[in-house]
Structure formats: structure tokens, C-alpha cells
Design a protein around this ligand. Structure first.
Ligand SMILES: [Zn+2]
Length: 312
């Protein structure tokens, strides 16, 4: 593999190869910092990933990298995920309330792009939002439609109608999966109300821990589904180009059961994970929930830029 592709965002020629895997590599643009998988998997190969095993992938923890996608048991993560989401949704409500134009509309409209099994929509619904979701995994959509009454469509961003406006559009652990995130974010810009909010969670590829662990980090190793990796700087550039101004970027952690955390840590270092597990006493501590923030994920809140604002 000798070709050094140009950056798919700023088009600067000759990226540098950062992390090499058997069949592909993650490259980084020296101009804008964006990291991207090369070669990109075909659309067919990607659609095979989002199958009925995506949310309960029992082979995830095998040493075979081809199984490293989706979730070991997403259903079991529901309570902890929703605990984190409830604080985020409250924060967004507060942000909307500070703005004259979005203060107390009957029910502010929230679209979750890549809504998975609806964990975020559930929380936003409970906090008074009129919620909708789109999701490109048909199995997840089937599950959602059998469980909830609010609208969920099997669609990609490119399929979305542009005749509605939303007060909030969210992409939680989604932007790194998009085949063309630049086109999709521009399209999303056109359906956000001028005083609305764009909310993103994605990996922070420039954080200390991300750089220190490199290709051992699970987010980088998910080469069947993660196509783009953003630093804070490249995220700001991409959003500016797509018509957004970043309002805040913060590091975000997650609440895990200790047992679950050690199981995942074994993907980074099996001997160290085994040692830590052996050291934990009393054993019931393995079931305890702990909040951990290694700084590998960022929460980005952005607003539509005023018309005529130039990307810098
Ligand atoms: Zn670039």
C-alpha cells in the first residue's frame, strides 16, 4: 500500500499514513488534521455491517478484527447511556431557552440521525421534545417501530426531505460512520432552524489518550464502520465549511459497570486487564458502576452560522 490519498475534505494532496491495518490504513491530512480510512470500504461492505447482530454482537470480543463492529450488548447499556443522555438533553433545553426565538415553543422538534434503538429519543421525548429519528439499520428501525409511536424512518441523510425544520438535530456516535459527512452536514444545515442546535458526539482523535493508544484504541480499530476521525480543530473546520459555528466542545465520558469496562480494556491489553481483574476485591465491586472519562470522546454543540459567514 504505497498510495497517499489526498484529503477528502480540504483536498490537500499526500496525506500521511498514521495507523496501518492489514487491509487498510488511517491517514491524516497535514493541512486540516482530519483522519480518514483508506481505502474506504464499498457501500455494500458497509451495509453488511449494519445487520441484525449490530446491537448484540457476541463475537465482538474475539481476537478477529473482522468482528470488531457494533456493540457486545447494546441493550445492557441502555440505563447507563440514558443517564448520560438525560444531562445532555437538559443542557440543550437550557440553551434553547436562552434564545428569544426558541424559548418555549409548544414542543421543540428534535431529529436524531442514526437513532439506533431510540435511547436518546426516549430521553428527549420525556423532556418535552417532539422527536423523530432516522436510522439506516433496517433491523433497528423494525425494533423502534414495534416499540414506539413517534416517527422513525429507515433512511440516510441523503434520503431526507428538506421541507421541515428542526430545533435540534443530533448525531450521537454517527458522523464517523457517514460515507460523505461533508455533504450530509450541509444537508442537515438546511433543515435546522436558524436559532437551532446541532449536537454531535464523536471520537476526539487528537486527545492525549487517543494519540497514546493509537491503533490499539477500539475507536480506531473499528475499520469496518469508522471512516472519519476528527480532532477538535478539524471538526471546527468541517462544521464551518458546512455552515455551522461551534458553540462549545467538551470531553465526555460514560458510566460503565467495572466488569464491562475490564472486558473492553482487554482489547487494548489482555494481560493488564487480567491483572486488574485479579486485583479487584471485594469481588462485588465488579458490578459497581463507575464514570470514566479518558478524553477520547468529544461533545460538540454548534449553531447555524449567520448567512454570509465565511469558513475560516
Ligand atoms: Zn485536509
Amino acid at each position: 500500500m504505497t498510495d497517499m490519498p489526498s484529503c477528502p475534505f480540504c483536498m490537500r494532496p499526500k496525506s500521511s499514513r498514521k495507523y496501518k491495518f492489514e487491509t487498510c490504513a488511517i491517514h491524516q491530512c497535514s493541512g486540516c488534521d482530519l483522519m480518514f480510512l483508506h481505502p474506504k470500504p464499498s457501500v455494500d461492505a458497509l451495509s453488511n455491517v449494519y445487520d441484525d447482530r449490530y446491537f448484540v454482537n457476541k463475537q465482538f470480543l474475539s481476537s478477529d478484527q473482522s468482528h470488531l463492529y457494533g456493540y457486545v450488548d447494546y441493550i445492557a447499556e441502555r440505563i447507563n447511556k440514558q443517564y448520560g443522555y438525560s444531562r445532555i438533553v437538559s443542557d440543550i433545553r437550557d440553551r434553547l431557552a436562552t434564545n428569544e426565538a426558541t424559548r418555549s415553543p409548544a414542543s421543540p422538534r428534535w431529529l436524531d440521525v442514526g437513532c439506533g434503538l431510540g435511547y436518546l429519543l426516549d430521553v428527549a421525548f420525556d423532556q418535552g421534545f417532539a422527536v423523530e429519528g432516522i436510522e439506516f439499520n433496517p433491523h433497528a428501525v423494525q425494533y423502534m417501530q414495534s416499540k414506539y409511536t413517534y416517527p422513525v424512518r429507515c433512511a440516510t441523510v441523503a434520503d431526507m426531505e428538506l421541507d421541515k425544520k428542526y430545533d435540534v438535530v443530533s448525531l450521537m456516535d454517527v458522523v464517523e460512520h457517514l460515507y460523505d459527512p461533508f455533504a450530509d452536514l450541509k444537508r442537515i444545515r438546511s433543515i435546522i432552524a436558524d436559532n437551532g442546535v446541532l449536537l454531535l458526539i464523536t471520537m476526539d482523535s487528537g486527545s492525549f489518550v487517543s494519540r497514546a493508544l493509537g491503533s490499539r484504541l477500539e475507536d480506531f480499530r473499528r475499520i469496518r464502520e469508522h471512516l472519519f476521525f476528527f480532532t477538535r480543530r478539524s471538526m471546527k473546520s468541517v462544521l464551518a465549511e458546512c455552515g455551522f459555528t461551534v458553540e462549545s466542545v467538551s470531553s465526555i465520558g460514560h458510566t460503565f459497570a467495572l466488569d464491562f469496562l475490564l472486558t473492553r480494556f482487554a482489547l487494548v491489553s489482555r494481560p493488564l486487564a487480567a491483572l486488574l481483574r485479579w486485583l479487584i476485591w471485594p469481588r462485588w465491586l465488579l458490578d459497581a458502576n463507575i464514570y470514566i472519562n479518558p478524553g477520547t470522546k468529544m461533545l460538540v454543540v454548534a449553531r447555524p452560522s449567520a448567512p454570509g459567514t465565511k469558513a475560516s
